[in-house]
Design a protein around this ligand. Structure first.
Ligand code: ADP
Length: 625
């Protein structure tokens, strides 16, 4: 990465490509949100103080006499603003890594989605998280002086945010970090004492360290915030805006959260939790290695970020803080796992989140939540048996009742509309909404006014397996054989004892024996001539396609072909005396049934060939008339 070394101590390094992209994204898209850079810098300073306090648990000498604090200096004439902390600081290597690269995997692909459209890109930033680089929204040069606690060596990082930065050794007496912004013309407002004071109050009132403001030319340095960590305050003392600000500080998101829940538990185990539901998913929600979990404090002392042990994987979108009064201060991830209190805490926190979601589900924002996190929440039905009932109530589906592709129908809605005597919840699995809603499998159900849930998410085959039933009603896949619909009086007549039908079924089966398991008279079709269904013990076709796409070997299985005995095309088939043409036609009927459910034909060329031949036959038939 180094391109040149100017003096033994000063070198110029290039930013990693992702950082360059991120810088561009920040500067262009957060333009109308400039001031948030200050929150990010204060947040980093506060994290640095937290980290030092944590390291000092094992090495008390690191801390020394000074109180941990953050200081902001402004110099209006020189248009300078700096944020200093006496926290952990950074070594030379850490500085190069932290402020020259981004380590989150998938970042490059994600950042390539930038379009230059401010609103679109601002949303991307929201999914990524704002950070240190936001300083370049208001500054054309940023200088970072830092000295790692416990080390004598200090380093300076400097950049104009355009692709490169320099690193050099410096003298610095104090440990910790000072970030200095050389403000642009249109960032000058951030060297105004009044403006800065109100911003500091807004952005730092909830953190546990004093933040003071010093203006060049004035003697006084005043502490601006209340220096009480927000979660330690009583619920009644904290207003909505403060909760929202704290969320942004915690998450580096710049949008408001959808909901939060703040609780103090007393008694056998004592802890405080403050949990948030974000309004948008992070870009790496589906990356198993992505950071997740809560920030853990023990007796107000920061212990670790991303403490994933406190919530199950399917609640990985929750942000927040847990502050325990009884966990040991030296608790590590490993020790945490063995801690007997953990299971109980995890259970209680999970319940809190589900209660929060249940409340949210009654309001207007649930649609937003569901769009962002619904698929993740569905994992819970499969993984968290104990909370299955609660989770089932939180699920939302597209359905034939609503007639659009929005997932906004609950199982409760479905049950409330069920017909008299209906004891099943019908669903269809398909690759997408268009395939689901147009599926021949729905025809009879539609005719009978039976509602069908349209399931198109990758996880849905597992979801329905895990769910199995809801309030005594069994979930039934309408794409399977043996579908048993209510009020089927003439079904018997269709099914058995009709010699004509039986002969046709046998004839079709004989020509298609390589391709289908069985041929049956259908009770679910109205407008379509045929459909394919999976045998009861077979994988459903969606799941099969998914597993195959992920490289798994799935044992061969043939579908069951169901034909609509009342359909004119089937009538035409039955009347076909020519065996060759009967064979062609039967194959086409099957091909179409497969295509309608979204399957790939095994031999598309053969299908096209048959179809062309058929079209030509029609043509010549028409000519000869
Ligand atoms: P984030 O804070 O989301 O990790 P940033 O880009 O803001 O991302 O910062 C990158 C890293 O730089 C931080 O994780 C931290 O390790 C380091 N860092 C930033 N500011 C400071 C600071 N004031 N003191 C110590 N380390 C810092």
């Amino acid at each position: 990465m180094a391109d040149k070394r100017e003096t033994p101590s000063k070198e110029t390094l290039g930013f990693q490509t992702e950082v360059r992209q991120l810088l561009k994204l920040m500067i262009h898209s957060l333009y109308s949100n400039k001031e948030i850079f200050l929150r990010e810098l204060i947040s980093n300073a506060s994290d640095a103080a937290d980290k030092l306090r944590f390291e000092a648990l094992a090495k008390p000498d690191l801390l020394g006499e000074d109180e941990l604090a953050i200081r902001i200096d402004i110099d209006k004439d020189k248009r300078l603003l700096s944020v200093s902390d006496n926290g952990i600081g950074m070594s030379r290597d850490e500085l190069v890594d932290n402020l020259g690269t981004i380590a989150r995997s998938g970042t490059a692909e994600f950042l390539e989605q930038m379009t230059g459209d401010q609103q679109h890109d601002a949303q991307l930033i929201g999914q990524f998280g704002v950070g240190f680089y936001s300083a370049f929204i208001v500054a054309d040069k940023v200088t970072v002086d830092t000295r790692r606690a416990g080390s004598d060596e200090a380093v300076r990082w400097e950049s104009n945010g355009e692709g490169e930065f320099t690193i050099e050794d410096i003298e610095r007496e104090e440990r910790g970090t000072c970030v200095t912004l050389h403000l642009k013309d249109d960032g000058a407002e951030f060297a105004e004492p009044v403006r800065i004071e109100s911003l500091i109050r807004k952005y730092s009132d909830h953190i546990g360290f004093p933040v003071s403001l010093h203006t060049e030319g004035e003697d006084e340095t005043k502490v601006v915030n209340s220096a009480t960590a927000l979660w330690t305050r009583s619920r009644t003392d904290v207003n909505e805006d403060e909760y929202k600000e704290f969320y942004k500080y915690l998450s580096h998101d710049f949008a408001d959260p959808l909901a939060w829940s703040h609780n103090r538990v007393e008694g056998k185990r004592e802890y405080t939790s403050l949990l948030y539901i974000p309004a948008a998913a992070p870009f790496d929600l589906w990356n198993r290695e992505a950071p997740r979990g809560l920030k853990l404090y023990v007796q107000r002392v920061f212990i670790m970020d991303d403490a994933e042990q406190f919530l199950p994987l399917y609640l990985r979108f929750v942000k927040g803080v847990v502050d325990s009064a009884d966990l040991p201060l030296n608790v590590s991830r490993e020790l945490l796992q063995q801690n007997p209190d953990l299971t109980a805490m995890r259970g209680a926190l999970t319940k809190r989140v589900l209660d929060m979601l249940t409340k949210l589900a009654n309001g207007d924002d649930y649609g937003t939540f569901w769009t962002e996190f619904g698929q993740v929440l569905k994992e819970g039905v499969v993984e968290d048996f104990a909370n299955k009932d609660k989770l089932a109530k939180l699920l939302r589906f597209a359905s034939t009742h609503a007639g659009n592709d929005v997932q906004d129908q609950s199982l409760e809605d479905y049950v409330s509309r069920a017909q008299e005597g209906q004891d099943k919840i019908y669903y269809i699995l398909a690759d997408n909404y268009a395939t689901a809603v147009a599926s021949p499998h729905l025809e009879q159900l539609r005719e009978k006014g039976l509602e069908v849930l349209l399931l198109t998410d990758r996880i849905d085959p597992w979801l329905v397996d895990g769910l199995a039933e809801y309030e005594g009603m069994t979930l039934v896949d309408v794409g399977r054989s043996g579908l048993d619909l209510p009020q089927d009086d003439d079904a018997e007549a269709h099914e058995t004892g009709n010699e004509q039908h039986d002969a046709l079924l046998k004839r079709v089966k004989d020509v298609l024996s390589d391709r289908v398991e069985a041929v049956k008279v259908s009770r679910r079709l109205v407008d379509s001539p045929a459909c394919v269904v999976a045998a009861d013990d077979d994988l459903n076709p969606q799941l099969r396609r998914m597993l195959e796409a992920s490289g798994q070997q799935i044992p061969e299985s043939k579908p069951i072909l169901e034909i609509n005995i009342d359909h004119p095309l089937v009538g035409r088939l039955a009347a076909e005396a020519d065996d060759a043409r009967f064979g062609e036609l039967s194959n086409i009927v099957l091909d179409h049934a497969l295509l309608a459910e979204g399957s790939q034909l095994e031999n598309p060329a053969a299908y096209v060939h048959r179809m062309n031949k058929l079209l030509l036959d029609i043509e010549s038939g028409a000519n000869s008339e």
